[in-house]
Ligand binder design. Sequence first.
Ligand SMILES: Nc1ncnc2c1ncn2[C@@H]1O[C@H](COP(=O)(O)OP(=O)(O)O)[C@@H](O)[C@H]1O
Ligand SMILES: [Mg+2]
Length: 262
Amino acid sequence: MNPIERTSDEQRVPVLSARGLVKTYGHVVGLDGVSLDLYPGEVLAIIGDNGAGKTTLIKCLTGAEIPDDGELRLDGEPVHFRRPQDARDAGIETVYQSLAVSPALDVAANMYLGRELRRPGILGSMLRLIDTKTMRENAKAELRELGISTLQDVTVPIENLSGGQRQAVAVARAAAFGSKVVVLDEPTAALGVRESNQVLELILRLRDRGIPVILISHNMPHVFDVADRIHIQRLGKRAATITPQTHSMTDAVAIMTGAKAA
Ligand SMILES: Nc1ncnc2c1ncn2[C@@H]1O[C@H](COP(=O)(O)OP(=O)(O)O)[C@@H](O)[C@H]1O
Ligand SMILES: [Mg+2]
């Protein structure tokens, strides 16, 4: 790490901070003492070869796995997530690679999936009637605020959208509810160039709204385009944390594969 970066890091308090995370699956070591800091207003990319522990790492950060050892802090306070809902309740939203959207439901319903708003008064509390109107208005406002202009009709079923538009809905949902952190696992993996660019712009807009983003990606140009810092996983460990200013893509790949020391 260069001295300038270290100085500035010391003055900032991480939003999310992990120390010495360990996760084993039987004899397989998924994570071998991994530490990570996510600072306010940054995009932190996580890269690494297949099996390096990227998914295990974010699962441990988001309550999908319980680490065997290590500690996690949110805004400086120790947290112990036992399930994904715990992390969600704490303001950490995750978009997994396999999109959790319901194809037959419309855009607004998907954004509120599992968090449906009820009608005011007895209609909502007793009859559990869903407040479709407010959900649609809110969904529309959220999409507009994120600059997703191609998606103004929130009554369209998700199955009629392109891959990029679906991904945009998933990211917008995370943005709407992720008050502290948004985590994206390979958000552009299945997308074309134009759609990928839209999702990357969305990530930058989220960051500009003050929400730090953790981005897992195999795509080096995408990572180098949007990341402020890059955490490199190798064989279950953090090999290095670099920046696009201090290291080239070639350097990053060399560290990832072990051809070059950090
Ligand atoms: N549920 C599981 N059971 C057994 N081994 C697992 C499980 N999940 C991950 N692993 C192993 O842990 C290591 C890290 O996997 P993973 O975090 O998925 O890597 P990446 O996302 O970087 O490709 C791999 O060796 C993988 O096979
Ligand atoms: Mg993975």
